[in-house]
Design a protein. Structure first.
Ligand code: NDP
Length: 382
């Protein structure tokens, strides 16, 4: 065997490196020299400050959707947990890298958030009956509040929450996630710009099968299908028309033969009339296969959104005389988009897109829907 000289060794090594680099004998493309960068290199944004959020109530929505969504947030970070079950909360804290001793609070120690400068804001994910109380107490701690829908259990409570935010000079946002996701935003744009002419009618349904036990089936916790899922249909009719309903007629589906519905109705159907003449037919049901559907019938075409109110999987179709067009948009994580919008408004002291007034408007309509169903009457809304 011949001993390789330094020269033959270098030549052979370089040839092998080229071969390894491109899998053939061709020359590898030269690396970008340090003084030259590829033209469209995307550098990550430097975020100077993120809004620290305390999540209050560690139930299904918080654990399965909201807490995992922080990973996708640019401007919001999870800062603390408030729970009635401290073992669970400490476990979650450890799992997400928070200090279980410093970042976990019971409901009784909620006010101690005031002294935690790591927490800028609070996200209320409690049963509906607790939204107002914990929002108002949150403002007393000097924090901004993001509160789940329905905002509260009455328009009176909504007004108190709005007043508390004003008094504390803090932001109040209601977690209407669909105002921050591209498919519903595209529908809002198309309708505002009358891309298919004037809107004639809207059909919206949001139904699912709710298993007991569940906060949704409790009268005391102010569950029920209208505030839980019917509100999506109602809110959609308002953001599609950009109007407030002037008339309502509603029907309640009671089902006393099913023990799940001994305290709350099984469903509602309601028809809303708007000043421009649009009529919306809406329905929600707690004993149905999943159906989350929105159809907007316009002068020159029909907009159809399946999975309209789901966390993901929206499918948008536009029907016109020319045929059916499917719109593909890049989906986002709804909760990350919503929390980032909230955090951006807090950081830059900007207007909140879905403020307390948005929740109040829905609650006024919900009260009218319930009354119309109870009294069997068509009602006018001022
Ligand atoms: P869960 O029942 O799963 O969770 C509620 C949590 O609230 C409980 O886990 C508990 O947390 C806490 N809690 C405090 N007091 C009580 C009480 N007396 N009874 C029951 N729970 C209590 O409900 P969800 O997470 O599904 O819903 C919470 C809120 O979020 C509701 O207002 C709902 O409308 C809203 N929501 C919004 C959605 C959206 O897409 N925006 C989707 C789903 C829900 P702990 O053990 O930590 O104290």
């Amino acid at each position: 065997m011949v001993n390789p000289t330094r020269r033959t060794f270098l030549t052979t090594t370089a040839a092998t490196a080229t071969l390894l680099a491109n899998g053939s004998g061709d020359a590898a493309p030269p690396l970008a020299p340090p003084d030259k960068q590829p033209p469209n290199l995307q550098l990550p944004e430097i975020v100077k400050k993120k809004v620290g959020i305390a999540v209050v109530g560690l139930g299904q929505l918080a654990l399965e959707e909201v807490i995992p969504a922080f990973e996708h947030c640019k401007f919001a970070r999870l800062a603390a947990l408030v729970s009635g079950h401290l073992d669970k909360a400490r476990h979650v804290a450890r799992a997400v890298g928070l200090d279980p001793e410093e970042a976990v609070y019971s409901y009784e120690r909620y006010e101690e958030l005031k002294g935690n400068s790591n927490v800028d804001a609070i996200y209320i994910i409690l049963p509906n009956s607790m939204h107002a109380e914990f929002t108002i107490r949150g403002f007393r701690c000097g924090k901004h509040v993001l509160c789940e829908k329905p905002m509260a259990v009455s328009s009176e409570e909504c007004k108190q929450m709005i007043a508390a935010a004003k008094h504390a000079q803090r932001k109040l946002m209601i977690a209407y996630r669909l105002h921050y996701e591209p498919f519903n935003l595209e529908i809002m744009r198309m309708c505002r710009e009358k891309e298919l002419g004037a809107i004639r009618s809207i059909i919206a349904t949001n139904s699912q099968d709710v298993a007991a036990p569940n906060i949704r089936l409790s009268k005391e916790l102010r569950g029920g299908p209208l505030g839980d899922i019917g509100i999506y249909c109602l809110n959609a009719t308002r953001y599609i028309t950009d109007e407030e309903p002037t008339e309502v007629i509603a029907y309640e589906q009671a089902n006393k033969s099913d023990p799940r519905f001994s305290e709350v109705p099984e469903g509602y159907s309601f028809t809303l009339a708007f000043p421009s003449g649009v009529v919306a037919h809406c329905g929600c049901n707690f004993a149905s296969a999943v159906s989350r559907y929105l159809r907007i019938e316009c002068e020159k075409g029909v907009i159809e959104l399946d999975q309209a109110f789901s966390y993901r999987g929206q499918q948008l179709k536009i029907h016109t005389a020319e045929g059916i067009k499917r719109l593909t948009l890049t989906p986002v994580n709804h909760f990350a988009a919503e929390m980032d919008a909230f955090a951006t408004a807090v950081l830059n002291d900007q207007r909140i897109k879905t403020p307390g007034e948005e929740g109040l408007a829905d609650m006024i309509a919900i009260e009218a829907i319930e009354r119309s169903a109870r009294e069997g009457k068509r009602l006018r809304l001022s």
